[in-house]
Design a protein around this ligand. Structure first.
Ligand code: ANZ
Ligand code: ZN
Length: 854
């Protein structure tokens, strides 16, 4: 009898499966398709437990679908462009490509040890010219569709290194990571994608995604931020210009006491009177250095100053002052608002601070006669007062009527506004896909002809972290003739945001090695949409929204024929580790490495102070991580997988616990023992005659497991309860008293088949051990026999006047009269029921009890 040796069998089977090509994507379309996808990783160096969890969940889903008769696409690749590689180049002088590819090699080998059933033929890395050629091609599709354009936008500027910084390169104090200089905002021409053109579709189509978590959908909806209201124009006194405002409350327009412009608004200098010029200019400068968050924070006082200019409320003809204030954002709506202190909380605060008039125009329906003195803004709907033509209307009706009136008079119209802004995609960095356009002094922006793609990143580049981006410093690369007229022209030196790379990789996976096309639409339309996408909730907004946007644009270019890329989405929870903290210390110093702590008496090794214990998301800085490699070396990948699947439902956070890992290892050892013992006997292969009670009970346990686990795997993926069902079946087999029966064989085989997607190596080893030649992963999922679930006897309680007087075993298939008859025959009933005398009443609860009232 052999011992369970995970290392030996895992290596063996990984090699064999690879040779057999077990996980290759089928090309025939003889079965329904299933596309299982994990969010591909950034190759940072090593795999962490979060990766292991994500990929194990998807792997179980892929494997189960193969067994259930689907053709499965289950690919893996690398989100390989981005800042860390370039930072490594600046700090350590390693070329970003070298750093990236060596990390990929490391992580690929770790992935392979987990027994994940990927088709490695589809592997892709977004930093490879084979891939980014098509990223550039897609950019040109957007450009041709009028969805890529340039405009000025603010960037982080390091005045010492004279370079643009990514947000990640600016610390919490606003200093450059490299030079330590205070980072400034500088305006540069930048590339944008017009995602706002798709705002309404991106919002509406969330309804087409019932398989997405509601939380993710509402995060996307909030990000898109649709508001319905009106655009109204306020003429400026003494000028031939108007201030356009966006308002969601046109019903309050008779209560406007001032108009506020964002300080950056182009009308600000025009409306400012000479007395106010100085104060206005210094206010603008102050606000320029605040972040949007600071400007809009609820708890912060709203700051603003008058410009001296005046506007006219077109409804009342009244003159009102024009102010500027920090809480009005230039990028939203029109960058100007009408101030209605009586009905908007922010305006109420502002008006009180600045002593501006407050005019009530909406009142609660039951208080319409007595205009109140406000202690706070009244923001609810109500009845309109002080509003001329509209007095007495419901405010909701007034909204529409006031818009109609404004339209008729020519000073406004209905307007829908979205919070979503266009996507700034250009980066002044090296390690990204170059934007494939050329700037010609005669022709303007000229797209690089398709035949010249990819625009390859030049290799001999210096990474100093100073000055313009490495590409912009490379004269021989930058200076090229215009493809259209031949004039000396310049290449675009910005590269694309890495979110672009990840917005379409799932499409490329369906035809990853196509050298002639971005992908063959027929193949992509066949495999897409992804049937199950699994990844971190940190991507709930940007990555998922951008991918949806790309899909819709390519659909409109007739390259794709579907609306949404990801049918179902599972956002897995975090993996948390036991964390020791010293509450007397602050910052990262408060985290104490567990290696230095005695778990029975946790104290700070430096100070002797007692430590606090908690579970927190594993991270390097908290010293609470567990390396996947260590767990695999000690217990094998199957145990690591089983533990991760068993410990928590996939969407919930998971607390790493060595004792529970050990527990799963013991479970696999018990299965090993059961099957090896079985393999040494010669049990019956076919059933002769009627089943005994023991056999019936075991069959019920077997088919209950099939039933429960199949349900757990049908859509909601309750993988943790699936594992506990397997443990139940294993116990039933162990305790069974019919180990020579064919039913026992059925039980052993079923257990191995159910286990196969979860612990693929041990399942394969045991499957072969009991005499199979075909891989367990090519077998079909066990079929449920409903009749095996039937119980043939029940325990029936006999009651007399509601008191239990005994129990009997009764056939399960009896109806109410049958049960009553059966109960009358019981000893207990006979004892209490006088012969020949009928009880007053008999109450039968099927499956439970019979109560005789006498
Ligand atoms: C007058 C008014 C009266 C407003 C009232 C509200 C209540 P959402 O729902 O977020 O779209 N607003 C418009 N543009 C703005 C900007 N660029 N910066 C800051 N605030 C802006 O909010 C729309 C409301 O936010 C608009 O409706 C406007 O204030 C303000 F009783 O107009 B309201
Ligand atoms: Zn030209």
């Amino acid at each position: 009898e052999s011992r369970y040796n995970p290392t030996a069998i895992e290596e063996k089977w990984q090699k064999t499966w690879d040779e057999q090509g077990l996980d290759k994507t089928p090309t025939e379309k003889d079965k329904p398709k299933f596309y299982a996808l994990s969010m591909f990783p950034y190759p940072s160096g090593n795999l962490h437990m979060g990766h292991v969890r994500n990929y194990t969940i998807t792997d179980v889903i892929a494997r189960v679908h193969r067994m259930q008769g689907y053709r499965v696409l289950h690919p893996m690749g690398w989100d390989a462009f981005g800042l860390p590689a370039e930072n490594a180049a600046i700090k350590k002088g390693i070329h970003p490509a070298k750093w990236t590819y060596s990390n990929i090699d490391q992580m690929r080998s770790e992935l392979k040890r987990l027994g994940l059933s990927y088709d490695w033929d589809c592997e892709l890395a977004t930093c490879s010219p084979d891939y980014y050629k098509w990223t550039q091609w897609i950019f040109l599709q957007f450009f041709q569709a009028g969805l890529a354009y340039q405009k000025e936008a603010a960037v982080n500027w390091d005045p010492i290194d004279q370079t643009v910084l990514a947000n990640e390169q600016v610390d919490s104090e606003g200093r450059s990571w490299r030079s330590g200089a205070i980072v400034e905002k500088k305006k540069l021409r930048q590339w944008f994608l017009k995602i706002t053109d798709y705002a309404e579709q991106l919002l509406q189509d969330l309804d087409k995604l019932p398989g997405w978590p509601d939380r993710v959908k509402s995060m996307q909806a909030n990000w898109i931020g649709k508001s319905v209201g009106a655009y109204l124009e306020f003429p400026i006194v003494g000028m031939d210009e108007k201030i356009g405002v966006f308002t969601t409350r046109p019903d309050t327009v008779y209560g406007v006491s001032y108009v506020v412009l964002a300080p950056e608004h182009p009308l600000t200098p025009k409306v400012t009177t000479s007395e106010n010029k100085e104060t206005v200019e210094s206010f603008i400068k102050e606000v320029a250095n605040q972040s949007e968050l600071e400007r809009t924070a609820e708890d912060k006082p709203k700051r603003g100053i008058p410009t001296g200019g005046k506007a006219i409320n077109p409804f009342t003809g009244e003159e009102i002052p024009i102010w500027i204030a920090d809480y009005v954002l230039y990028e939203y709506g029109t960058g100007a608002v009408m101030g209605v202190p009586a009905h908007d909380a922010r305006d109420f605060k502002f008006a009180n601070e600045q002593n501006l008039p407050i005019k009530v125009v909406i009142v609660r329906a039951d208080a319409a006669d007595e205009p109140p003195i406000l202690k706070e803004a009244y923001t609810e709907p109500g009845i309109v007062i002080n509003s001329d033509l509209f007095n007495g209307m419901e405010s909701t009706t007034a909204k529409e009527e006031i818009i109609k009136y404004a339209e008729k008079q020519g000073f406004g119209k209905a307007r829908v506004q979205y919070r979503l802004r266009d996507w700034l995609i250009s980066r002044q960095r090296y390690w990204g896909a170059p934007i494939p356009v050329i700037h010609c002094p005669k022709c303007g922006i000229v797209p690089v002809p398709e035949a010249e793609l990819p625009i390859v990143l030049p290799e001999n580049v210096e990474f100093s972290g100073r000055g313009p981006s490495p590409l912009a410093q490379l004269g021989e690369w930058v200076n090229v003739p215009c493809p259209s007229c031949g004039t000396a022209a310049k290449r675009e030196t910005d590269t694309m945001d890495t979110f672009i790379d990840s917005s379409w990789y799932y499409l490329r996976f369906t035809d990853a090695n196509n050298e002639n096309q971005v992908f063959d639409s027929a193949k992509t339309n066949d495999w897409m949409p992804v049937d199950q996408y699994v990844g971190g909730v940190e991507h709930a907004i940007l990555h998922l929204l951008y991918s949806r946007f790309f899909t819709k644009v390519l659909r409109d270019r007739r390259i794709l024929n579907f609306d949404e890329p990801f049918n179902r989405l599972l956002t897995q929870g975090m993996v948390q580790g036991l964390t020791y903290t010293n509450p007397k210390k602050s910052g990262n110093a408060k985290y104490i490495p567990s290696a230095l702590v005695n778990p029975n008496d946790p104290k700070d090794p430096e100070t002797g102070e007692p430590l606090e214990l908690s579970y927190q998301t594993m991270s390097k800085s908290k010293y609470n991580g567990v390396a996947p490699e260590d767990v695999i070396n000690k217990y094998g990948a199957d145990t690591a997988r089983m533990f991760i699947l068993f410990k928590a439902p996939p969407e919930k956070d998971l607390e790493w616990d060595d004792a529970d890992v050990e527990g799963q290892f013991r479970f696999l050892n018990r299965v090993w023992l059961l099957v090896t013992e079985y393999s040494e006997t010669t049990p019956a292969k076919t059933q002769k005659g009627e089943l005994t009670k023991a056999e019936k009970d075991l069959r019920r346990a077997i088919h209950t497991a099939i039933d429960e686990i199949s349900k757990d795997l049908a859509g909601d993926y309750q993988l943790n309860t699936a594992v506990s069902e397997m443990m139940k079946l294993s116990n039933a087999l162990k305790d069974s008293t019919c180990k020579n029966s064919a039913v026992y064989t059925e039980g052993i085989e079923t257990l191995i088949l159910l286990l196969a997607p979860f612990a693929p190596h041990i399942a394969e080893e045991l499957w072969q051990m009991i005499g199979n030649k075909k891989s367990v992963h090519q077998e079909t999922w066990p079929k449920l026999d409903e009749s095996a679930l039937e119980v043939d006897e029940i325990t029936l309680v006999i009651q007399i006047n509601g008191k239990t007087r005994g129990t009997i075993q009764a056939p399960a298939n009896l109806d109410k009269p049958g049960l009553e008859k059966y109960a009358r025959e019981s000893d207990a009933a006979k004892r209490y029921l006088e012969e020949g005398k009928e009880p007053k009443k008999v109450i039968v609860v099927p499956g439970k009890l019979v109560n005789f009232v006498i």
